[in-house]
Design a protein. Structure first.
Length: 621
């Protein structure tokens, strides 16, 4: 058994690994950046080592600092978690060269699967079906455009070295190809240091099905069944479940057997995930599922597999790294029940899912389901890393009950002042189409209007009214409701709820949940958080968007591209500036037809939320 373990990661996954390692009697060592010094994973580890400034490139991506920390603390092994250096073959080799056990895939396997074009060729040779596309060495613009035409739109541009939804763009028409190719290459270069791309046919009714595989050093390889990760936003998973709805035994056997073949083709060891794309236009069928890529690490969504199999995948990883054989054979693994996971993000779905940063002054997460979180009340969500607050995992004997539990749990989430997608998760899990299994990767975009709450409804107004009246003085002459002798307490008031002015009615008290934080009055309702104000004494929030032609940055970030210059004529929707925040690109576009009056930023400018980037005026003058 391993004696000590350094975790080359942060937040939720670091805490997750610490829990299992402690149970196994393994000493844990955390590494942390300046921004993470106060986070729970640093306190919970047996030892912690500071490795540098907040940007990942200066800390969590510094191979030398991490290996030095392992040597200084006497760590016998390094677990990379997911993201950062988890799929970096050079880092794995450096760890092994330092005499430290690498808790991950062999470097050769990482390389084989790390480049999507080479991985697809390997899968073809192994008899694993792959999606049609172009994976050639000629990366000229003209060749890529020609291949896209041959494949036929829509197509998917994917970074050869990509992963986690980064460096990926869907293109529906030829006129959009140039802009999307440039954006994809920039993001790929920034994220992976490699701007090469491949082109694939975009499946119009795609489902994202992935299979958890595990292999040991003795040559044993098993699968732990499939997960469905089809509910996505910008290729980032939002909800994952296991098993996949609508999966029959014949199709399951076919896809899982293909996943094992894929792992064996690269002499795999450890935890890995084979990702497939399925054409679901006629349901899940064995002949309509193709290999997409392999993730040579533990996945974010591994808890749903743990729930339905009863296995601890981190313990499997640590045992395999120590040279032990797999603890179960294929025949001993069974699916029991249903599990679904919702990723709770610090973002605002109502304004295009923009990231939300700041301190978690108030944080309440459900206590009756599994919650894997990297933060606690009082911690800060920064712009340096992924905006995930927690993973909420519901398990039950059947899918309907698991979804109901997840929805109810998400409705009880309370977060302020950071925005979150808790209400969105609750609504997805209770959506009739989702419950019926009518889902593909376009589900969220297709049902955005009914799933994303953009403003409070009458119920929220009534609850806000009740919350205010409960906190007002008992003196009837100072109370918000009107006072009438021997009459019912029936009244209306003008309120600001979440920045939206509305008339609210109330009769008596309700069970509204409210919190009063630093003078702010906040209503927590079905996963939403609305600041409430009485408009008779206070004004509503100022509008969040400028109407004078000023194009504002919607979040703190870094300007990575400027496509505007003074006196340039633009049409409504034209790209002006690209700002990068939390590892994602956000394009700022012209608000109307006009002329660029001024450009206030340049590439490399660090902007704050609400800072003016470009000013556009209408007409010639």
């Amino acid at each position: 058994m391993l004696e000590s373990l350094l975790i080359a990661n942060r937040g939720e996954i670091a805490r997750r690994i610490i829990r299992t390692a402690r149970r196994m009697g393994i000493r844990t060592i955390a590494v942390y950046s300046e921004a993470d010094a106060g986070l729970p994973f640093v306190r919970e580890a047996d030892e912690a080592v500071f490795i540098g400034p907040s940007p990942a490139r200066d800390s969590y991506l510094r191979q030398d600092k991490i290996i030095d920390a392992a040597l200084q603390t006497g760590a016998s092994a390094i677990h990379p978690g997911y993201g950062f250096l988890s799929e970096n073959a050079e880092f794995a080799e450096a760890v092994q060269a330092a005499g430290i056990v690498w808790v991950g895939a062999p470097p050769a396997s990482i390389r084989a699967m790390g480049l999507k074009d080479a991985a697809k060729q390997l899968m073809i040779e192994a008899g694993v079906p792959v999606t049609p596309g172009y994976m050639g060495a000629d990366q000229s613009f003209e060749r890529l455009r020609q291949e896209a035409e041959i494949i036929g739109y829509p197509v998917l541009i994917k970074a050869v070295a990509g992963g986690g939804g980064k460096g990926m763009r869907r293109v529906d028409v030829a006129s959009d190809f140039v802009e999307n190719l440039e954006s994809c290459r920039r993001e790929a270069k920034a994220s992976f240091g490699d701007d090469r791309v491949l082109i694939e046919k975009y499946i119009l009714n795609p489902r994202h099905i992935e299979v958890q595989i595990f292999a040991d050093m003795q040559g044993n390889c098993v699968h732990l069944f499939e997960r469905d990760c089809s509910v996505q936003r910008r290729h980032q998973k939002v909800i994952e479940e296991a098993p996949a709805p609508g999966m029959d035994e014949r199709t399951r056997e076919t896809i899982c057997r293909a996943a094992v073949r894929a792992a064996q083709a690269v002499s795999y060891v450890g935890a890995g995930t084979i990702e497939f794309i399925a054409d679901s236009s006629e349901g899940l069928r064995a002949d309509r599922i193709w290999f997409m890529e392999m993730n040579t690490r533990l996945q974010v969504e591994h808890p749903v597999t743990e729930a339905i199999t009863g296995q601890d995948l981190v313990q499997w990883q640590l045992d395999v790294a120590a040279g032990k054989p797999l603890p179960k054979t294929q025949d001993e693994l069974r699916i029991r029940g249903w599990a679904v996971e919702g990723r709770l993000y610090a973002e605002n779905p109502a304004v295009g899912y923009l990231p939300s940063t700041g301190y978690l002054d108030h944080l309440r997460l459900p206590g009756d389901i599994r919650v894997d979180s990297g933060v606690e009340q009082g911690d800060e969500i920064t712009s340096f890393y992924d905006p995930m607050i927690a993973k909420l995992i519901a398990y039950a004997p059947d899918r309907e009950t698991a979804l109901a539990r997840l929805s109810a749990s998400c409705e009880r989430v309370e977060i302020w002042p950071v925005k979150s997608n808790a209400n969105l998760l609750a609504k997805i899990a209770s959506d009739p189409d989702f419950i019926a299994g009518a889902v593909d990767t376009g589900f969220l975009e297709r049902h955005d209007t009914r799933l994303v709450t953009k403003a409070p409804d009458e119920r929220a107004g009534a609850l806000a009214f009740s919350a205010l009246t409960r906190k007002l003085p008992e003196d009837p002459w100072n109370a918000l409701p009107g006072f009438r002798v021997a009459a019912n307490r029936d009244f209306r008031a003008r309120l600001s709820v979440g920045g939206h002015a509305m008339w609210a009615d109330g009769v008596g008290d309700t069970s509204a949940s409210s919190s009063f934080i630093d003078g702010s009055r906040v209503l927590f309702e079905r996963g939403n958080a609305w600041e409430i104000r009485e408009l008779s004494t206070e004004t509503a929030h100022a509008a969040s968007t400028a109407t004078d032609g000023s194009v504002l940055s919607p979040m703190p970030g870094l300007i990575t591209f400027v496509d505007a210059e003074p006196n340039q004529r633009v049409a409504k929707g034209d790209r002006l500036v690209v700002v990068e925040a939390m590892k994602m690109e956000h394009t700022l576009r012209a608000p109307f037809d006009g002329v660029v009056d001024a450009v206030k930023v340049s590439v490399g400018t660090k902007v704050t939320e609400g800072q003016t980037a470009v000013i556009v005026r209408s007409g010639e003058d």
